[in-house]
Each structure stands twice: as C-alpha cells, then as structure tokens.
Design a protein. Structure first.
Length: 310
C-alpha cells in the first residue's frame, strides 16, 4: 500500500467541498466486457485470478474514458489561469473489485496518465452507499442497478453504454437533452397524457414560469460556473442543449428557464422531434445525456459516447 500511496502523490488532491466530484465505475471508464463475461460465467475467483495474472496489461479505454481525459484538460487550464483554483473536477473510481484484482485498474489509470484522486474497491453488492460520503455530484456506471441505487440515494446518475468511441479533441463538450434531464419531466407528462397539442398549449400557458429542475441541472450549473472563469474564445468547456422540443412553440420557455437559472449554454438545437444523431455527429461531444433510449441508440449509431438518465 505504501508503494501505491507514493506513486499517486503527484495527483493533486482536491477539496470535495469545493470540487465537482464525479464517480465512475471501472466498466464505465475501461472496456471490461470480456472480464465481466468471465465473472458472470466462471465466478469471482476466476475473475480475480485473471485480473491478477494480467495486472500489468493495460485495459482498453471504455465509453467514459475520453470524458475523463477532457475534464483533466479543463483542470489543467483552470490551474494555468489560477494556480490556487479549488473549483476543479475530482475523479473517483468506484469498483466492486477486490483490492487484489483492483491492481490492474490502478495500473491502467497510471498507464494512461489519468488524474484519479481516489480508488474505492468495495466488495459490498451496493457500493453506491459510499457516494454521498465522498460528496459525489455525478455518478456514471455501466450497471443499471448501480444507477438506480444511486438515484434512490439522491445522487445524479446516468447509465453508460459500452461502445467503441473515437476520442474527440478538446475542449470538453457536453450535450444535455432538455426535458427530464436539464429540466423536470412536467411537459413530458402532459405530452403522454394529452399529446403534442396539449403539451404545446401547456407551454404557452406556462411560458413565463421557469421549468422545474431536472436530475442533471446541478451538474450543468457547476459546469456553467467553471465556464464563466474564461472568455468564450478561451473556454476549455462547451455545453449544448439538444432537445426534441420545437423552437417555435416550445423553445421560448426553455430559453427563459435557462436565463432565469443564469445558465449560459453555448449552443441550443430545437429538433422538433427530428433524430438527434446527425447533429451529435457534428458536435462530437465527450458525453451526451438523454432520458430517451431511442436517442441514446441514435447517438451510439454515430459513435457518440452516451449516458442514459433514467
């Protein structure tokens, strides 16, 4: 353990009360699909034996890998701008691996130069019980049960789908869906009950009333605060709203809500129900958050790293 501690002394320790703490599971950040299959088919002992035997062989990048690299780039730019900056991203890896099999995870992070401040190897079935004690603001996992458990604990969470992705260049680009992601699902509920005409009528009546908060509003607001530390030209962060809402009938309330919150979004696309894949392919985000599985599929089809917000 002393060797492990000394090897990570170079990683800047952040203050969780001021940092934006993001927890990722090992299967979100690395491609562990073959190993996971081995675990399901042969059991924990065989899995551990495999990981120990291959502990010096780096794992391939997973879906959230490029996102983690990009937030690391943002930290670098924040510290270049202000060496005393404390409002930084803090990445924590949460894993159901034992410490013994977790050596490969640590070695892989070191191999790629990932700035991860904490590794938590928890053999308990529900490792999400430790999220709040670490001040986690966003949790990304490739396991649906993990995500549901975290949401029940009041932690903003999204399900990462394992896919091969092209590593986009910097700056960090994050795309949010609107309803049930940035905003509450109130209009979605009206749409399900009364159809499009009812939803449009509701939006017109409520135009002056800001929408409720969605599950990723707090994360987006924190990104926005970081973004304001830079001029638009020099910002290492770009944020996007890509929503199924139509701009003419349902865009005004969305824009007014963002203004009311003080959340500056770099670009907004009101798709009026059209597929989101083509615009996402153009943006090439590091991560795309949506509550619709059909939109997640469309993003995956064009190689965009996607996270489903249940």
């Amino acid at each position: 353990l002393s060797k492990l501690n000394s090897s990570f002394l170079s990683v800047l320790q952040k203050d969780p009360s001021e940092a934006l703490v993001i927890a990722v599971t090992t299967r979100a950040i690395f491609n562990l699909e073959e190993e996971h299959k081995l675990y399901l088919e042969k059991g924990k002992e065989e899995y551990t034996r495999h990981q120990v035997a291959n502990q010096d062989k780096p794992l391939l990048p997973g879906t959230a890998f490029a996102f983690i690299q990009a937030v690391q780039y943002v930290n670098k730019k924040l510290l270049e701008s202000n060496p005393a900056e404390k409002d930084l991203f803090d990445i924590l890896v949460l894993s159901n691996n034992s410490p013994e099999s977790g050596m490969r995870i640590i070695n892989s992070a070191k191999h790629y130069g990932l700035e991860i401040s904490k590794f938590c190897f928890v053999s308990d079935e529900d490792s999400t019980q430790y999220l709040k004690s670490h001040g986690v603001k966003l949790f990304l996992s490739a396991d649906r049960t993990d995500v549901c458990n975290a949401l029940r604990r009041g932690v903003s969470s999204a399900l990462i789908f394992q896919q091969e992705v092209q590593a986009p260049s910097t700056p960090l680009r994050v795309v949010f869906d609107g309803d049930a992601v940035l905003f509450s699902d109130e209009t979605d509920q009206i749409f399900k009950e009364q159809g499009l005409e009812g939803a449009v009528q509701y939006e017109r009546e409520m135009e002056a009333v800001p929408m409720g908060e969605g599950p990723l509003k707090a994360f987006a607001m924190h990104l926005g605060m970081m973004r304001k530390k830079f001029s638009q030209e020099k910002s290492p962060i770009r944020t996007y709203l890509v929503t199924a809402r139509g701009g003419r009938d349902m865009g005004i309330r969305a824009i007014k809500t963002l203004r009311e919150w003080g959340l500056a979004i770099d670009e907004a696309f009101f798709m009026d129900g059209a597929p989101k894949g083509p615009i996402l392919a153009q943006i090439q985000p590091h991560i795309f958050f949506d509550d619709g599985l059909h939109n997640i599929q469309g993003a995956q089809d064009v190689g965009v790293p996607s996270a489903w917000v249940p």
